[in-house]
Design a protein around this ligand. Sequence first.
Ligand code: NAD
Length: 496
Amino acid sequence: MATQEQRTSISWDYAPAPESREHVRLRDSYGLFIDGSFQDPVDGTRVASVNPATEEPVAEVAFAGPEDVRRAVQAARAAQPGWAALTGLDRGKYLFRVARLIQERARELAIVESMDGGKPIRESRDVDVPLAAAHFFHYAGWADKLSFAVGGRRVEPLGVAAQIVPWNFPLLMAAWKLAPALAAGNTAVLKPAETTPVTALLLAEILQEAELPPGVVSILPGDGATGAALVREPDIDKVAFTGSTGVGKDIQAALAGRGIPLTLELGGKSANIVFEDAAIDQAVEGIVNGIFFNQGHVCCAGSRLLVQESVAETVVSKLWGRMERLRLGDPLDKNTDVGAINSREQLHRIEALVASGEEEGAVRRTVACSLPDRGFWFAPTLFTDVAPAHRIAAEEIFGPVVSVLTFRTQAEAIEKANSTPYGLAAGIWTDKGSKAFEVAAALQAGVVWQNTYNKFDPSAAFGGYKESGFGREGGMSGLRPYLHVNPRAATARSAP
Ligand code: NAD
């Protein structure tokens, strides 16, 4: 038995627990995935995708040019009638197969997601990859029941879907987009984000292994120019975009007058509201999960913390204590809580907004931790004395930075929470169910969590109000944007 003296000398430091890269077999270079095979770009380029934690290349990736985009759209058009003609049951079998293959390659996918994007392996392993598989499973189940999703009306697919995703949940966003589109009988051209294309290319390998018919899905890495070329293509029937509000507006303008249905999942500045009757310790865990999950690179991050004045001091002091224990560092270490910032550009954006917070008079506290020599890092940061007009209270920082505002009454909390051009998500922490329901009903937010935060499920709809976009992804509502619904003709059959 240890003596008192021995006990005090025990070191409780974490030993490194790095995930092994042995499970990963990346190619040196990836082509564009068009018509069922990896192809050299015709008018595109090749660039290295960089690991933001080390600044080393993960793999070389082809970026698509306009001619490449055209070829992918033509392949999707040619494949669409055959794909739609399959029974829903058969389409479901393909999706089911994709889900199973994601599960089989889960460890590899998680490691690559962390290498390419900088997120902690704990998150890619426990959230991104399992949820991506779950979305394919979920929509596999819907493929033969489409008319049930729309009140028994007759449904048809829209045709060719152009889908553009951001860098914060690369594989998961691809699954959110592809699974409902394919279940509904559409074919798709997916453009991953420029800084995180690699897991989408591993997904392309999985689609090959699942023997998905050629052309049903094409995957075209590229930057904004590739995305803009895809949106400009005349032969598309649907655009689904997840990304920033600015680019969402550009896409909306580019589609004006073309009669092409659009779904926009955009930015946010979500309020996480803590009432004085909340279980404070639980709320603090929820605040940490709400803003430091994925380094705050989360569209629905609880970046505006609204705390009732009577408990503000306690909440801030407990939150700060918890923040000081967050472990920042190697994304592949299983003990890491906060990984690398996704890119140098994003790091500069965070630094600029944080500097504006100090200039405008808010009080900044940043956790003192040693940052790795290479890579892009930002330590968890808390701002108090924040006024609603400060940029850090109004603009999306998309980093590990939380702005604390206070309120006195429920009405003031609602007013402050809604006082933003965005409307993506919110959190409510209270012991009173009636209060939670009353506040939730008054919040202009697509998702409201009660006594929890950042929980996702494939059966739950997700989407925004106001400048956070329109349309829903996930669940039954996620099918609707990919279907033509005949308002009158009811169908006796359960599948198109
Ligand atoms: P971004 O808008 O810069 O880029 C998103 C995607 O659009 C990328 O693939 C990019 O290459 C492409 N793109 C850029 N310019 C384009 C153009 N002119 N035409 C077509 N495509 C173009 O956003 P980002 O920085 O990659 O991602 C962060 C943003 O995404 C944040 O604002 C975040 O809130 C938002 N986001 C929203 C959700 C949601 O569900 N609401 C989910 C994740 C991220």
